[in-house]
Design a binder for this molecule. Sequence first.
Ligand code: ADP
Ligand code: ZN
Length: 785
Amino acid sequence: MPRTAEILIPLALESAYSYAVPEGLELAAGDVVQVPLGPREIVGVVWEVGESASGSNLRPVTGRVEVPPLAPGLRGLVDWLARYTLAPKGSALAMTLRLPDEAAGTETIRVGVRAAGRPPARATAARTKVLAVAADGAVHGKSALAKAAGVSLSVVDGLIDDGALETVALQPEPVALPPDPDHARVPLSEAQAEAAAKLIAFLNPPPSAGEGACGAGGRGDRNISGEGGAPLSRPSLRRGPPSPTQVGPARLGHQDADLGQARDRVGGGSSAPAAILLEGVTGSGKTEVYFEAIAECIRRGRQALILMPEIALTAQFLDRFADRFGVRPATWHSGIGGKRRERLRAGVAAGEVAVVVGARSALFLPFAELGLIVVDEEHEAAYKQEDGVHYHARDMAVVRGRIEGCTIVLASATPSIETRVNAMRGRYAHIGLPERFGGRRLPDIAAIDMRLDKPERGRFLAPPLVAAVRSNLAAGEQALLFLNRRGYAPLTLCRACGHRYRCRNCSTWLVEHRFRRALVCHQCGYAERRPESCSECGTFDNLTACGPGVERIAEEVAELFPDKRVIVLSSDFPGGAERLRSELQTVAEGGCDIVIGTQLVAKGHNFPHLTLVGVLDADVGLTSGDPRAAERTFQLLQQVTGRAGRGDRPGRAFVQTYQPEHPVIAALLSGDAERFYAEEIAAREEAGLPPFGRLAALIVSANEREAAEKHGQALARAADPPAGVMVLGPAEAPLALIRGRYRFRLLVKTERSINLQSYLRDWLAQGPKIRGNVRVSVDVDPQSF
Ligand code: ADP
Ligand code: ZN
């Protein structure tokens, strides 16, 4: 019979396509091949090989691409990702497969210049200066040379053209040097040492009798099967007649695209927990604890991955890593381009790169011997990818951990409800660090009741907060004022006619950015000049800024404390990530008195001089009506108040609130996180919300409102929910208009025992045909709903 191969192509295609395998070409699952697709040639991955009588009618595979095959573990991850998120399998593949492309090939090769030993045809003063610097015979960077000589780059270029300087290709910077697990071992506190020992005990857990879950057996042998019995990490043989479109390593049991069930199996069937929650209050020294596990992992010759929610701002973390391990780790994020990306991938695949610190996409790197994944600040919303394939990197880390047989550590001071519940149920192990390192105390937190302690007219800092800042400054200590609002004012209106400025593409108010003199949409980036007179009624000079943003607070602070050094930090900070990093450094070194910032400064940073935190609007997140609002607000407030008192002096925090009796605020004030978790978990259970029920959102969007609404209604009519499934909507999505597209939302809520994915798949398959520019996007486990 003719040989065939199922080839998955990294485009938004639901499944693999069948091709004939020509004589003489030996293919195995995972091989990267070139195939014809329509009129063009494209690269894909062999998902399965087989034989079929109809094979002779298929177009043949063009040939193999000589790159390392996609490992079984990653293929398993792709299958899982597609099944769980309902994303097209080709889109899931695209996340793991970044082939060397043209763009990568044209990446600039670093060149330097050195004196060629020939005089220039024409000598000028500027040229003489350059040649004087280059006279040392060393290889210089072009711009460094120009700078050293105090001339412009064109002078250097002229000398190259003249032949007086010659260019030399420089060695590319190595992607990463090997970290030394014993470079500078930090003496741990007793609590830390105990936590680290527990953590290390979970690394490479010994195989448990009869069960081949994490860590058991050889690499290819791990049976992480579902009810179907097919190991996920290895292609299974087909049962029954092959269907041309359904391929893949595993036709797992019907519950397989389900994380909860996956955890059930691991938790129940094996002694190894699916993950370890490392929960320690802010400043408890979690980092040093998981560094010990990483060190042990390196000693055992395995690789470690540290996921971070905000990779662009981790300079402080990278330095800390270097202090401990002698070198900075390799970093992976979307900003890394071309050749370097390729070299890093290759180094990771060859097992040469021992530790990678990365954003969520690092999860799809082809690690050769992954031993440990640390998900730092596991509760962060940034781990959820909100476009394309809607996946949660924390959950996918757990899945990858199962596939690779590696240990997963979820670190947080304020774990997500999901993770807390998993720990409660014993699916995850729990290691706690209840106290700050070095006997430091957590900050005292006090509420300022804004109904009683009103700020002056047109001001936003209440008198007790102003007094606290003043006394702090007098003591020579740093203060942080936190407001999670970028810009100057969240709303601009005309006092004469009441006109409010909104975005022309989105259902949002335009935010005034005073430094830019613009009104800006935070959703789509649309910006217009702030007008002098109302664009509606024409009245001159009557526009009013409503409410505060950080820029406005900066204005108020400048009036209150004119001689103090103030830094405003938000993602609008001019000059990009580089400048932002240096400003954060300045804050960390005590080079400023008052920091005013958004959530950008709230998390993860270590500011040893900071002893006072003022939260200007603690209620801001509580009013959204989103069931996750309480959790998010609690986490954010814990994090930001936790910035205070991390150095030698104790810290305190004030939160301005209109509802000090709100459970979130009350729990924060009393320092009683357990009470908050208990109440929130009970409330979720009561309402059947995740993790006690399952949830998915379907966003129907279109260029015309009516088309979106109609399609949403047609979908709802086709829903036919069985017992245990509830379909709500369509209703206008919380952001009803984004970038000119109208959005309606259907919410699907099911009991835990229901296979949400298979219900959604059937429904969408039977639902109305998609017409025109209508799009339906599925978000399983939406983060806000
Ligand atoms: P967390 O991540 O739990 O908020 P960190 O790991 O950042 O806490 O530690 C808080 C502070 O305590 C940091 O400044 C860190 O350098 C310091 N620290 C933690 N553990 C040790 C240790 N064993 N020896 C010295 N300093 C430590
Ligand atoms: Zn907009």
